[in-house]
Design a protein around this ligand. Structure first.
Ligand code: NDP
Ligand code: GDR
Length: 343
């Protein structure tokens, strides 16, 4: 049995998507290997519930220290692990932060993809490769966006991801690698990073309801996004690697909401009037904004049988409930995390 078990290597396993993907693959009996950065404090909160004592026989989740900036480490790891599937989810993934740290973002979100692809070639492992591409590639091109829509990125993050998209496609064509781009529209969950807009809103709704916060400072409320539920999207990633041919796919709900729409639902669900609490702060604006992203997921529906079932209003309610519960468990006083003022 064990010899037939497939092995997956996930970069970004400590992130939102990496944690759900690890869960999914473990449930499918994979042996899961994750790359984690050495940090001065623990950074594995999202996968702590999956932890298995490495001393146990038959352990199926194994974590390896490494950084996407270290190509030699990537090659050595792949040689040792010999994965059947690689999911490249690791990135500096915050669009606003990419304007503060453009060079770091180019390195982590762009150049790291070629380091990993070269590690695949140099280690000689025969494996499939998933690249976490993004609707941010479409940027200024108006919706609806599908696999044939021209790209026009609007941030250092989007431009770095554009490089990763094309180098993945190039390695597919040049070397016959089973390498695919999942062009994923925004997907959220209770595990979403705290400075992305949905989570920022749902955390604030919970904190204001609990009486430990008064105001929420926000940027552009008119931006239109296509928000889906993250666990459904990692299923789509896996399906892309199970297809007969390597192809790129858009994953999206096909439905639009503004930031304001999400805010209204989240605050209403917490029993709050958003207009009493939300204030504008220009520091949260981006030098160049992506006004509207609405995906057309028909190719994924047709060829992968992939569909979403959670819309953005349901998502807002799931996330508010989770943040209320989390805050109740934490107890008071509620201490927000120190962070720079742009995200
Ligand atoms: P997160 O920001 O939650 O997670 C990013 C992950 O990358 C974390 O595990 C982080 O580690 C890791 N990472 C960052 N820098 C490095 C590095 N130098 N070396 C190794 N690991 C690193 O992102 P999501 O889970 O939301 O997204 C996953 C991927 O999908 C990202 O590439 C993102 O750009 C892309 N994407 C996301 C979408 C979304 O809506 N969520 C939509 C489309 C694409 P640590 O925990 O130590 O910080
Ligand atoms: P995005 O997500 O940039 O789409 O990238 P984010 O949640 O950061 O912003 C969505 C929209 O909300 C507007 N906005 C604010 N955003 C943040 N973060 N904070 C605010 O206070 C605020 N006020 C308004 C933004 O201007 C924007 O229009 C996410 C990331 O996960 C990427 O990695 C991924 O590739 C894309 O989604 C698809």
């Amino acid at each position: 049995m064990t010899s037939e078990r497939r092995k997956a290597f996930i970069t970004g396993i400590t992130g939102q998507d990496g944690s759900y993907l690890a869960e999914l693959l473990l449930s499918k009996n994979y042996e899961v290997h994750g790359l984690i950065r050495r940090s001065s404090s623990f950074n594995t909160e999202r996968i702590d519930h999956l932890y298995q004592d490495p001393h146990d026989p038959d352990v199926r989740l194994q974590l390896h220290y490494g950084d996407l900036s270290d190509g030699v480490r990537l090659t050595t790891l792949l040689r040792d692990i010999e994965p059947d599937e690689i999911y490249n989810l690791g990135a500096q993934s915050h669009v606003r932060v990419s304007f503060d740290e453009p060079v770091h973002t180019a390195e982590t979100t762009g150049a790291s993809t070629i380091r990993l692809l070269e590690a695949v070639r140099q280690s000689g492992v025969g494996c499939k490769f998933y690249q976490a591409s993004t609707s941010e590639l479409f940027g200024a091109t108006p919706p609806p966006q599908n696999e044939s829509t021209p790209f026009y990125p609007r941030s250092p993050y989007g431009v770095a991801k554009l490089y990763s998209y094309w180098i993945t496609k190039n390695y597919r064509e040049a070397y016959g690698l089973f390498a695919v781009n999942g062009i994923l529209f925004n997907h959220e969950s209770p595990r979403r990073g705290e400075t992305f807009v949905t989570r920022k809103i749902t955390r604030a709704a919970a904190a204001i309801k609990a009486g430990v916060q008064d105001h929420l400072y926000m940027g552009n409320l008119d931006a239109v996004r296509d928000w889906g539920y993250a666990p459904e999207y990692v299923e789509g990633m896996w399906r892309m690697l199970q297809a007969d041919e390597p192809e790129d796919f858009v994953l999206a709900t096909g439905q639009e909401s503004t930031v304001r729409d999400f805010l209204i639902v989240a605050f209403e669900h917490a029993g709050l009037d958003w207009e009493k609490h939300v204030r504008f702060d220009p520091r949260y604006l981006r030098p160049t904004e992506v006004d509207a992203l609405i995906g057309d997921p028909s190719k994924a529906a047709e060829k992968l049988g992939w569909r979403t079932s959670v819309n953005s209003a349901e998502l807002a309610r799931i996330m508010v409930d989770a943040d209320i519960e989390r805050l109740e468990c934490q107890g008071r006083p509620y201490i927000d995390t120190p962070r720079p003022s742009t995200a």
